[in-house]
Design a protein around this ligand. Structure first.
Ligand code: FAD
Length: 445
């Protein structure tokens, strides 16, 4: 930094700041430790100060200070990202959004919130008028709306509504720029894609307009099957059953459910099972489908019961990896899409090929109107070379890998430079101060 920390704090006087090194180090981390590749790359990467603005004017003031002294700025929501997305690689200011907490308005089908509103808070408020978020990450209890949009991809609800990037799943954003005179820009329509899933590299989102879905009473089930492929085919059949409203279909090969300590009294050891959220009113056709696949229900909770205790949501998506790693910290994971595999032949091939080394965990989601299996496999890690070999084998067979072992935006799920996002960065962050070194395209002059 070209300015001492004391002088910087003076510039930011009146704003809430944190300088305690232990706290700043904690607020420089996310869940990148799920990846043995990322741990050494991110070790020791910390910010200099955390600033917590309480309104957009304070965000503008922080932006102006960072530009004036050419200080890197990294935005942080709740820090539940998986790829070091909010870890500052070059120190500087961490702008934490937890005080930007206002729900501006909610009406049928739409809500407008400040970026730091938690997904769970938005849902509780929307449910009062019969609506809820279209999709939430399994970190719904802690993740912020802005963090989900800037760093996430989809989650519980994606089987009905697709992914965050699909047109319509984000309506508008307000963004603070890091120009010499920072200003607020509002993006609507397809323009929102300029900042969605950009890891906070091209503007500070302060406010978002998001669509909502009708809120159903979601009953929760665990159903076990004779073998993994029957569980997977059940998942696909449920995904294809347009007459049964469901929000989550999470399928696990044995021994993954053994890692679900809190569910151990319900799920027999070494079960192949599906964790499902289904509209309570569709219980009857759902049970007929279970019968067809000779499944056995081993856990059943009404929406009222599910809202009180544990929710199956927190065993799905990357919470599966979290539970597995709690039992064995050497485990890691992969993220895959089986984009053209309606008969699940490729799923079966990968399951057989890798056996216990790559434990199959499927999440069914809608892609371009078709329900497909995405996978967040639990991987027994040995070496980085072997991990890369596993990735290469999947890709050579036609499985799309969104690599979770990189902090570079383009090297994860995107694979190419998004020139709309890059050009927007050139406009709103001309000095390249925002989350430096995360966007590969920025290196191209
Ligand atoms: P953070 O981690 O704080 O930030 C994420 C990114 O967004 C960072 O690059 C940050 O700089 C940027 N950012 C945050 N706020 C702003 C802002 N206001 N303006 C500009 N940029 C900003 N992801 C999914 O998509 N689906 C899942 O189901 C899912 N499950 C998960 C389960 C576990 C156990 C874990 C650890 C992670 C999971 N994730 C999942 C990843 C992560 O939880 C989500 O992406 C989450 O929504 C991030 O929210 P956050 O508030 O923690 O954001």
């Amino acid at each position: 930094m070209q300015i001492s920390l004391d002088n910087l704090l003076e510039e930011l006087s009146g704003l809430e700041t944190i300088t305690n090194p232990t706290q700043v180090a904690k607020l420089s981390e996310d869940y990148a430790h799920f990846s043995p590749v990322l741990i050494p790359l991110l070790a020791g990467k910390v910010g200099d100060v955390v600033v917590r603005p309480s309104n957009e004017s304070e965000v503008l003031r922080i932006a102006k200070t960072c530009v004036k002294y050419q200080i890197p700025l990294t935005v942080r929501g709740s820090g539940t990202g998986n790829y070091g997305q909010c870890t500052p690689l070059m120190g500087g200011v961490i702008l934490e959004t937890s005080r930007l907490q206002e729900i501006k308005w909610i009406k049928a089908g739409l809500a407008c919130v400040e970026t730091g509103v938690k997904m769970v808070t938005l849902d509780k408020k929307a449910q009062e008028i019969g609506w809820e978020s279209r999709m939430v990450p399994s970190t719904v209890r802690s993740a912020t709306v802005g963090g989900f949009i800037a760093g996430g991809s989809g989650g519980i609800g994606s089987v009905l509504y697709g992914q965050l990037r699909d047109r319509g799943n984000l309506r508008a954003v307000r963004v603070v720029t890091l120009e010499d005179e920072p200003r607020v820009i509002e993006l609507r329509g397809d323009d929102v894609q300029k900042v969605a899933h950009a890891y906070g590299t091209n503007g500070i989102i302060t406010e978002l307009e998001v669509p909502l879905a009708p809120a159903y009473g979601w009953a929760e089930y665990v159903v076990r099957f004779a073998d993994f492929m029957t569980a997977a085919r059940f998942g696909q059949a449920l995904g294809n059953s347009d007459g049964i409203i469901k929000k989550m279909i999470s399928v696990h090969s044995a021994p993954i459910s053994n890692y679900f300590t809190a569910l151990q009294s319900y799920i027999p050891t070494d079960s192949h099972c599906a964790l499902v959220l289904v509209a309570e009113s569709d219980r009857e056709p759902f049970k007929s489908l279970i019968q067809e696949f000779k499944g056995e229900i081993c856990y059943e909770k009404s929406p009222q019961e599910a809202s009180k205790g544990i929710s199956l949501v927190e065993f799905s998506w990357n919470h599966t990896t979290l539970h597995a790693r709690a039992a064995d910290a050497s485990l890691t994971y992969l993220q895959s899409l089986f984009l053209n595999d309606p008969k699940l032949e490729l799923v079966q091939q990968m399951y057989k090929h890798f056996g216990d080394e790559v434990m199959m965990h499927l999440e069914f989601i809608k892609v371009n109107g078709v329900v497909i299996p995405a996978a967040i496999q639990v991987v027994r890690f040995t070496t980085v070379d072997r991990l890369n070999e596993i990735i290469e084998y999947h890709e050579s067979q036609g499985v799309f890998i969104a690599n979770p072992h990189t902090y570079i935006l383009e090297d994860g799920g995107m694979k190419t430079i998004d020139y709309d996002q890059l050009n927007f960065k050139r406009q709103v962050d001309p000095y390249g101060l925002m989350n430096p070194d995360k966007m590969k395209g920025w290196q191209i002059k």
